[in-house]
Design a protein around this ligand. Structure first.
Ligand SMILES: [Zn+2]
Length: 135
């Protein structure tokens, strides 16, 4: 089953999401900020990444930038989970993220987006204006 890397600095949210994804069959790694998540990504090569944006030490934008710049991680599917953006925000595809999930969201929606990304697998991500996967 797919390994999901979760970058989330709020403990309560991380705990709930970890439970949700484990129940859906994912192996879950949790980094409490972008830097910790990046270290986990380098070490474990997750199948998919779900990242918050606002985090201490390293935010989600920087995490995505580093993953896309890493030779062996660059094709990893990445989704952003945030309540801080509007749908269609051009910074999402420009950042290299594949999908945007806006908070609040249903756990089922989140699981289906990440399952779709995991099924899509590694891909030569294009920095298009629409993103490579729209759900
Ligand atoms: Zn992509």
């Amino acid at each position: 089953m797919a390994t999901l890397l979760l970058a989330e600095d709020v403990d309560d949210i991380a705990m709930v999401l970890t439970r949700v994804f484990k129940r859906a069959g994912f192996t879950v790694l949790h980094g409490a900020d972008g830097a910790a998540a990046y270290d986990l990504a380098v070490e474990h090569r997750p199948d998919v990444v779900l990242t918050d944006l606002g985090m201490p030490r390293m935010d989600g934008w920087e995490l995505i930038r580093l993953i896309r710049a890493h030779k062996e991680l660059s094709e990893t599917p990445i989704a952003i989970l945030t309540g801080q953006l509007q749908p269609g925000d051009v910074r999402v595809p420009e950042s290299g993220a594949c999908s945007l999930v806006l908070k609040p969201t249903l756990n089922d929606v989140l699981v289906s987006v990440m399952t779709e990304l995991a099924g899509h697998g590694p891909h030569g991500h294009t920095f298009s204006s629409t993103g490579c996967i729209t759900t």
